[in-house]
Design a protein around this ligand. Structure first.
Ligand code: PAF
Length: 305
């Protein structure tokens, strides 16, 4: 296997700098993950490998973003398979630290707060989730800074390498929040959003899909069907008629709808006027969340006309 695994920040910096120097690299990509990788993560890695000379993926199940200790324990850990997938995609280096390595003083006292944007939609049913996710993303973006390794003795011979970080469009609220954090707090990194990968039947890939029974999986397809309906109407510049799409989801007995709305892609504020009787114009994002049996699923669809 060509991909190299490191577990400490020091190794990450020295190995990252070595790779940049060896490849005379002018760009570094970072792919933050929590492991349990699937083809959606493979698409992130592939985009990073296409666009950068050196690619680092991180695998860290971040306790700070789990409300429930049981959920944290149950989160699948599949390091060997994850390494094989990242190796197949051409990732150079994997940083898989322990909890103590990331939080050496225990839980951090000072955290990133996600503000209003983190309180709605997913944030409403998972209080504190986005503060925990942004806090670890901030740390991972700092750990992955190519300059950190170069300062420790590496070098490309030129200016600072470009630095890009890759996040899935599937977690649209997380992506919007990471973009805002990077802009609001001046992180020297370009955030790249990668389109959602779907199974042939339309279900968005997620590490949670493995917990669906065959019947629940079949029932879950109504989420992507309803989103596609809105996408088609937006394309055809028809009224979105969100209510009829909501009714379609609610007609599926195994699905308990949490929210389904059309929002501004950056602010995630509802685009109420655009969703009902008037023909859809411009850009929007349809967001949906539902419990399918015991499994909470989220999905979304960019809309444009
Ligand atoms: O999307 C995820 O897998 C996680 O929220 C992330 C970005 C790796 C932070 O823990």
């Amino acid at each position: 296997m060509a991909v190299k695994l490191v577990t400490t920040v020091q190794e990450l910096h020295s190995e990252g700098a070595r790779l940049l120097a060896a490849k005379r690299g002018t760009s570094q990509g970072l792919v933050p993950t929590m492991g349990a990788l699937h083809e959606g993560h493979a698409a992130l890695a592939r985009a990073a490998v296409e666009q950068n000379d050196v690619v680092v993926a991180t695998i860290f199940v971040n306790p700070l973003q789990f409300g429930d200790a049981l959920d944290l324990d149950r989160y699948p850990r599949t390091l060997e398979a994850d390494l094989a997938l990242l190796d197949r995609e051409g990732v150079d280096l994997v940083f898989a630290p322990s909890v103590d390595e990331v939080y050496p003083g225990g839980e951090p006292l000072v955290r990133v707060t996600s503000g209003r944007l983190g309180e709605k939609w997913e944030g409403a049913s998972r209080p504190g989730h986005f503060d925990g996710a942004l806090t670890v993303v901030a740390k991972l973006l700092h750990y992955g800074l190519p300059a950190a390794g170069l300062a420790a003795g590496g070098g490309t011979g030129g200016g600072l390498p470009a630095y890009r970080a890759y996040f899935g469009q599937k977690d649209a609220q997380q992506l919007a929040l990471v973009r805002r954090m990077v802009a609001d707090l001046n992180f020297p990194v370009e955030v790249v959003g990668v389109p959602t990968v779907r199974a042939a039947d339309g279900l968005a890939l997620s590490s949670r899909n493995r917990f669906l029974s065959p019947e629940e999986r079949e029932g879950a397809l109504v989420l992507s069907r309803a989103l596609r309906l809105l996408e088609e109407r937006a394309h055809a510049r028809e009224p979105l008629d969100l209510e009829s799409a909501q009714a379609l989801v609610e007609s599926q007995p195994l699905v308990a709808l949490d929210y389904f709305d059309v929002v501004d892609p950056a602010t995630l504020e509802p685009l109420a006027e655009n969703c009902r009787e008037t023909p859809f114009r411009g850009e929007g994002l349809a967001l949906i969340a539902a419990k399918v049996g015991p499994v909470r699923l989220i999905d979304n669809m960019p809309l444009s006309s």
